[in-house]
Every structure is written in C-alpha cells, then in structure tokens.
Design a protein around this ligand. Structure first.
Ligand code: GDP
Length: 436
C-alpha cells in the first residue's frame, strides 16, 4: 500500500505509476475526484482524478473502492478521455456497488458553506466531497448500486432536493435547483457507469486469494486524515493505511506492507497548521523549482522544510515500513537545508502532536541546519552517484525517523528514481520482477 506521509501532493502519482508495473490491481480506498495525479504514458499526459493509474497498463486492473465518493459526471468524463486516447477501459475498471455518489447539491452546499460568514475556511476544492461524506455518515447517501433503480433514484433526488434547497436557501440564500432535470441527467450518467459497477471487495479478496499483487493507493496525505490530521483543516475521509481496510473491503491481515511517500521538504494546500512553513526567498525558490502549484486547482502551494516530528507521527499511524522520498532534486541549489527536528511549546520541548487547533499556533519548530550539496541530482538513477551531502541528508532523515528509505525520486519521470539497494522495497521489487 502507498500512502502520503504529509499533506498530500507528495508525488504519489509518479510512485504508484512506477510501482504499477509489478501489480495486477491498483485500488483507491478514499477521497474523490480531488486527487489529481498527472501520469505520463508514452507521448500522452493524463490527469486522472478518480480512476487509478493502473488503467493505463494493459495487464493491470483499476478498482474504485467503497470508501471513495464518486462524481458520476467526473467518472464519465475520465472514462471518455481515456477511451478517446485508445485506452481500454471496459473489463479493466471496477467501481464498487457500495461507493457513495456525489450529486450536484453536494457541491452547491459546499460552495455556499465555504463562503458563508463566520465559517472557518478549510480551503476545500468544493467538489462536493465533504458533503457527500456527511450524507454517507448521516445515512442519507446514495450509492452506486442505487443508480440501477430509476424509481429509487428519482425519489432520492426529489427528497434530497427538497431538503437541500430549503437549507441552502435559508442559510445561504442559494437559488433552488430543479430536481426533475437532475434526475434526467443522472439517469443518463447511470447508464454509462453501471457497466463498471462490481463487488470490488469481493474481487480484491479473490485476487488476493489467487496471489495476485494488489496496490492500494491513498489519496491526500496523513495530516489530512479526518481523525489524525490537523483537524478541522483536513479532508473528509480516513487517508491513513487503516482506512484502506474499510475503504477497499480488505481485512488488516491482508495488508502486506506500507510505503510512505514524502517530499524532501514540505508543502500544504489551503489553510491550517504548517509549523515548518517558509515564507521567505527560499520558500519562493522551493515553489518555483518544485512547481508547487495544484495539479487540479492551479493554486500556489504553501512550502516549507521537512518536519520530522510529523513524519514520525505519519510513520507511527500508518505503520510505514519504507519511506519513499521525492523531489530531492528541488533542493539542489541550496547551501543549507533546515530540517525541523522537534517543537517547543511555551518554551518546553513538546513531545506530542497537538490535538487542539490553538496549540498549533503556539508551536515553535526547532531546526537543525544540514549542509546542502549545490550540485544537480536531477535525473540521477544510482545511489552512488548522489553527492555525499545529499546521501547524508537522507541518512539523517532515516536515522531520525528510525525507518529505512526505500526509494529516492530525482525527477518527474518514472525512471528518474533510485530504488535503494538492500532496502525492503528493493528486495520485494526484485522478487516480484523475477516472478513476473
Ligand atoms: P500526488 O498528488 O501525490 O501525486 O502529487 P502531485 O502529482 O500533485 O505532485 C507531484 C508533482 O511533482 C508532479 O507534477 C510530478 O510530476 C512531480 N514530481 C514527482 N516526483 C518528482 C521528483 O522527484 N522531482 C521533481 N522535480 N518533480 C517530481
């Protein structure tokens, strides 16, 4: 399984795309069409927001688990884009019957609420994902399976619209949306989607029984987890490894290992705590060199230094076996690289990650400044080619985290990667390759 060890955008897209070669299945277990991976396949560039990138590999199947919230329009658009590019989707894509459906009123409510006075701005992508999860937990959601029943779909939309129009009108002055038109549109979208609907949990369990390797792909990152992240500046689902069991319908005993992706520095999109944020000239440099602008929204990302207390927290929560460090090359021009090694709260060392929003504000990061290497690592593919200071930087991170580094990424392309010889990932990679 691959999870983001920071606030998302760690470069999971590239990593999953690289690893996909050794897997028969790639499955998503949470989130919606806000994940936004850019995947390059030959001459073509795709932004896949909902469908796992395994769809681009002929031998691989892509699954959308029950824990994902599915926007039918977004799904149909992605299927059509892929088909137009000659990718075979039928027979390769499976969407859980139990996944929740995002409807237009989710977006309407989210937009209105996010802009309402007095509300803490979370900085969501306003794709209706949060409200769809609210309806799921409120037991008034619509699932993919329900799309097969036109009467049920009509009744659901009519009832929901009566309620949502009343709420959005009363609270935010939003104009009412027509339920009849929505039903027609979603009836048509359902016809396009239902051929892909399946019991994804059953398929994955059967695949696991048959010894087929399955890669579970987390979206967003650990610090955006609904329970363990920087609440309320989080996403609406369980992003951590435990969430995969629920969101894919696979038991914990089925999970063979957890890979955690982190950048060699840190970024965050939207509001919320970011103790090691860098607002000065070095920050601008990281943003430019790292092209830190959202792949879905185009928003400039906040940038900062690697935060080891948070990385250790992510390792603990996910049970990360191996860290995969991306974007090392972005640090190439720096003379010195600060790394946050701990925090102080009210002048005393803080041992725990705060639960109270107010405590985050008072947290002071403690930095250790590591020497930079000042030479290009971009595109390097062998550990021994890395400059000594770059290796020492990585060794320092691994020692401070008590976890091995299994992979170092030095550029956006698949092959701009170093699988660290002797690491667990390396052993597995070579074993899987000889088996394949
Ligand atoms: P994800 O949501 O975790 O997949 O992350 P994003 O796709 O938002 O961000 C990763 C971006 O960084 C993509 O544009 C990648 O092509 C790029 N990228 C990934 N790894 C590296 C790397 O090692 N070096 C550089 N320079 N870019 C990278």
């Amino acid at each position: 399984m691959v999870v983001g060890a920071q606030w998302g955008d760690e470069g999971k897209g590239k990593i999953v795309d690289l690893l996909a070669e050794r897997f028969a299945w790639i499955a998503r277990y949470q989130g919606g069409h806000n994940a936004g991976h850019t995947v390059v396949a030959g001459e073509q560039r795709f932004i896949l927001q909902l469908i796992p990138c395994g769809i681009l590999r002929p031998g691989c199947r892509a699954a959308i688990g029950n824990g994902v919230v599915v926007d039918p329009q977004a799904l149909v658009d992605e299927i059509e884009t892929l088909e137009r590019a000659g990718v075979k989707v039928a027979g390769h894509l499976f969407v859980s019957w139990r996944a929740q459906v995002i409807l237009p009123y989710h977006r309407m409510i989210e937009l209105a609420a996010e802009n309402a006075p007095g509300r803490v701005k979370i900085g969501t992508t306003t794709r209706g994902i949060g409200p769809a999860y609210e309806d799921k937990m409120g037991r008034r959601g619509l699932r993919i399976a329900d799309l097969a029943d036109a009467d049920l779909l009509r009744a659901h939309i009519e009832n929901a619209m009566a309620e949502k129009n009343a709420i959005a009108g009363a609270l935010y002055g939003t104009a009412a949306v027509d339920a009849g038109k929505m039903f027609e549109t979603y009836r048509e979208l359902s016809r396009r989607i239902l051929p892909y609907a399946a019991d994804v949990s059953l398929l994955l369990n059967r695949a696991a029984d048959a010894g087929e390797p399955i890669l579970l792909e987390g979206a967003q990152g650990t610090l955006l987890d609904i329970d363990h992240g920087t609440y309320p500046f989080v996403t609406s689902s369980s992003t951590i490894s435990g969430g995969a069991c629920i969101g894919a319908g696979l038991a914990p005993t089925r999970i063979g290992g957890v890979l955690g992706v982190t950048k060699a520095y840190a970024t965050r999109v939207g509001g919320g705590p970011f103790p090691s944020e860098e607002n000065g000239a070095s920050g601008d440099m990281l943003r430019e060199r790292g092209r830190e602008f959202g792949s879905v929204t185009g928003r400039p990302r906040r940038v900062g230094w690697l935060d080891l207390p948070l990385l250790r927290y992510a390792i603990q929560l996910n049970g990360i076996d191996s860290l995969l460090v991306t974007k090392l090359d972005v640090l190439d021009t720096l003379k010195e690289i600060p790394v946050c090694t701990g925090y102080r709260l009210d002048g005393k060392p803080a041992a725990e990650i705060p639960a109270r929003a107010a405590d985050w504000e008072r947290l002071e990061p403690v930095y250790e400044v590591r020497p930079g290497w000042g030479t290009p690592t971009a595109g390097m593919r062998r550990l021994e080619d890395l400059p000594r200071a770059a290796r020492e930087y990585l060794d320092f991170v691994a020692a401070q985290c008590g976890t091995e580094i299994g992979l170092i990424s030095t550029g956006p392309e698949r092959n701009e990667s170093i699988i660290v010889p002797g690491s667990q990932l390396d052993r597995w990679w070579r074993g899987a390759s000889s088996a394949a």
